[in-house]
Design a binder for this molecule. Sequence first.
Ligand code: KIV
Length: 317
Amino acid sequence: MTEFQINPSIFQNHTSGYNTPLKNTSQKDKDCKMDKKKITLPYLFEKKARGVPITMLTAYDYPGAKLVDEAEIDMILVGDSLGMVVLGYESTVFVTMEDMLHHCKAVRRGTKNAFLVGDMPFLSYQADVRDAVYNAGRFLKEAGMDAVKLEGGKERVQVIRAISEAGIPVVGHLGLTPQSVTKLGGYRVQGKTARAAHLLLENALAIEEAGCSFLVFEMVPARIAEYISKKLTIPTIGIGAGNGCDGQVLVYHDMLGINIEFKPKFLKQFGSLGKDAEKALKKYRKAVETRSYPSVEHSFLMEDKEFAEFLAMQDEK
Ligand code: KIV
């Protein structure tokens, strides 16, 4: 077990760390009202141990991170979904290290408490273990992230072990792994057959053993995600993986309804910002076109005397 794979049982009487630990498992504990300070790994492990769901959302910029952090979400993922929801690419494979670091830095500036995870982009960890450790380190050293996330199972064991041994917490990602979407044949549910589900379990156990501190399950049958979550010591975070994971994550733009058209089965839109923005933008256009904006209340005034003097100055010329 590595430094970051902490056995939750050690938190039964844990009294150190930034967050005040819970003393017993009453209903009050389940509400998990701890001091609101920087979220730490031990705090998140304690949540799994006590069956209290972990909350996670993506963010990509300063205002988004500020809103998510102020909503007291435990973890912020600066996902490489950045490429699709912010940069307008067709898939995540076009995202670069420089794109990620630029946005991670903005999220860092907007965050006080949430545990920050930077998503390692395509080709930043697949080709070479040394490059992978170096790139993972940049997320912490240059962008102030607390952990990195990368996709894949057994084939990533060596890389995960090396990054974790460098002292960097790693979040694994199994099921639908968007960086391999072409190989997977599209954005579709993974692990639906007994054979595929068994492979998912083997991959999950392998990357936990290699040093992962968390595991994201994307688009996996609910009963399989729940079964594997119970087999693992580390917390699992689901997206399209049912209610049996130790926590949930959604993409900021999707859950706020900014991407009006994007409605996969697993997504609940908790807001309709896209529609609200559309209405507001049209109202603005109309107000400008009809000169009803800006009105006097939005304008800076000048004393009559000063204006008259100004006009007189023009006449003198
Ligand atoms: O990039 C991302 O936003 C993700 C989440 C969907 C888990 O990987």
